[in-house]
Design a protein around this ligand. Structure first.
Ligand code: SAH
Ligand code: DHB
Ligand code: MG
Length: 221
């Protein structure tokens, strides 16, 4: 089973379910034009984020790692008109492309793109009493995932959902001897899910156009 097959199945799913649309396509095109890396979630994954937000009845969402706002648009579409999505992005160029894409999606009123290192922005969000958030999507620098997870719990309420992208890392998650900092950080998140009484959750492996990876999905108890 190959990457070619995983991509073919993702394309089939996108077409058959009508997952994409001109706004999402335009966002990906502006990302490419702006030289942003094509590391957004897939359409099928974006739809999962949208569904989780809808199921949760989310009104406040916090995203860490905006890139061009592709995942932001998916989640933003699940919010009611008075909802709020704060998304944190380190790179000002990524943030500028994201703002334009979010505007194109008609979500500027709901989405707040904050530029800076997430670990600097998070204390400000706490000080502003911007929370609690109903759903978190953690998808930035992977080495900080345990720190972001801790912040998510801190800004949550019982029942909040925390999703962490890219934790399986082509199977690296199972390698106890790995010295890769991102893999070690993923393992720490898994360890927290198994041992931290504040949360419960699972890890789901995924294949598709973005390769072999997976999500940690947690709920605050
Ligand atoms: N969620 C996006 C993809 C995010 S890619 C989507 O699916 O569409 C990861 C992003 O995290 C990049 O844009 C990168 O610049 C940003 N990032 C990296 N380190 C960061 C940090 N310390 N704080 C905030 N954002 C960071
Ligand atoms: C990378 C980052 C991501 O968030 C992702 O989904 C895939 C790849 C990366 O940094 O390479
Ligand atoms: Mg990701």
């Amino acid at each position: 089973m190959t990457q070619e097959l995983w991509s073919a199945v993702d394309h089939y799913i996108d077409d058959e379910l009508g997952l994409t649309d001109p706004v999402l396509e335009a966002a990906l095109a502006s990302n490419a034009e702006g030289g942003l890396p094509a590391i957004d979630v897939t359409a099928a994954q974006g739809k999962l984020l949208y569904m989780l937000a809808m199921l949760a009845g989310a009104r406040r969402i916090l995203e860490i790692g905006t890139l061009g706002g592709y995942s932001t648009i998916w989640m933003g579409r699940a919010l009611p008109p008075n909802g709020k999505l704060i998304t944190l992005e380190f790179d000002p160029k990524h943030a500028a492309v994201a703002k334009s894409n979010i505007e194109g999606a008609g979500l500027s009123e709901i989405v707040d793109v904050r530029v800076g290192a997430a670990l600097d922005s998070l204390p400000l969000i706490e000080a502003e009493k911007g929370g609690p958030f109903d759903l978190f999507f953690i998808d930035a620098d992977k080495v900080n995932n345990p720190n972001y997870f801790e912040w998510a719990v801190r800004l949550s309420r019982p029942g909040s959902i925390i999703i962490v992208d890219n934790v399986v890392r082509e199977g690296g998650l199972a390698d106890a001897t790995s010295e890769d900092a991102a893999i070690r950080a993923s393992r720490k998140v898994a360890e927290l899910l198994g041992s931290d009484p504040r949360v419960d959750g699972t890890v789901i492996q995924t294949v598709g156009t973005k390769g072999y990876d997976g999500f940690a999905i947690a709920m605050v108890v």
